[in-house]
Write a protein that binds this ligand. Structure first.
Ligand code: PEP
Length: 249
């Protein structure tokens, strides 16, 4: 049985004080659920988040990391620095990293390799832009992103991969893929993974949807058979909204 996950990407939001307040509220109101809850605060607040969530059934993830083991890379963070403070999950390939920091699929493949070498779990984000969908090219784009970013992996590596399909046109725009559009793409992705790696890996793979998921649309999106949860941006910044989404299962 694959795992359901709801992950909050806090992006460049929340001071340390605000991080503590939000986490304490999430912990206090958290439902008893088998859905894994992940939060991804900024780097400077990761240690504090690990300390606060310890023993409370919430996983802390990083929003990015560098592919090198260490060295002269001013401003960057290595995998070993994350695992050292108890962060074992990392989001890679978010569309904002791809767009504003020019992260390519080749670079992401190398980040994935480094993360897996450090026994981290990767939430790998990908998805088409609006023009791709308008040109009916969205399946091709997604296929290339997966082939170039992940399909060099060995079968055993997939135990530590979570996919997050995030159509760029739906991120932070208030525009959501319809539950049918999400299901259509998730099914395509699972079939693609099955073709390359076989049924068991595809069937056990958690595929999240991201893009303007809110309390009022989460339930319908999560009801689709190939949607195993969500990667949440804006709505993850308020405990009540985030937990209402968690309750969407
Ligand atoms: C995201 O940034 O991953 C995201 C899905 O954002 P939002 O929920 O705000 O669209």
């Amino acid at each position: 049985m694959r795992k359901n996950i709801v992950a909050g990407n806090w992006k460049m939001h929340k001071t340390q004080k605000e991080t503590v307040a939000l986490l304490e509220e999430i912990i206090a109101k958290k439902p008893n659920t088998s859905t894994e809850i992940i939060v991804a605060p900024t780097f400077v607040n990761l240690s504090k988040a690990v300390e606060i969530t310890n023993g409370n059934g919430i996983t802390v993830a990083a929003q990015n990391m560098h592919q090198a083991e260490g060295g002269a890379f001013t401003g960057e963070i290595a995998a070993s620095m994350l695992t050292d403070i108890g962060v074992n999950t990392v989001i890679l390939g978010h569309s904002e990293r791809r767009a504003y920091f020019h992260e390519t699929d080749a670079l992401l493949a190398s980040k994935v390799n480094t993360a897996l070498k450090h026994e981290m779990r990767v939430i790998f984000c990908f998805g088409e832009e609006l023009k791709d969908r308008q040109q009916n090219n969205h399946f091709n784009i997604v296929e290339y992103q997966l082939r170039d970013g992940l399909f060099h992996l060995e079968k055993k590596d997939w135990a530590n991969i979570v996919l997050a399909y995030e159509p760029v046109w739906a991120i932070g725009t208030g525009e959501t893929a319809s539950p049918e559009q999400a299901q259509e793409m998730h099914k395509f992705i699972r079939r693609l993974v099955e073709k390359v790696y076989g049924f068991d890996i595809a069937d056990n793979l958690t595929i999240l949807y991201g893009g303007s998921v809110k309390p009022d649309n989460a339930k319908e999106i999560f009801s689709k058979p190939d949607v195993d949860g969500g990667l949440i941006g804006g709505a993850a910044l308020k405990a009540n909204d985030f937990l209402a989404i968690v309750n969407g299962f």
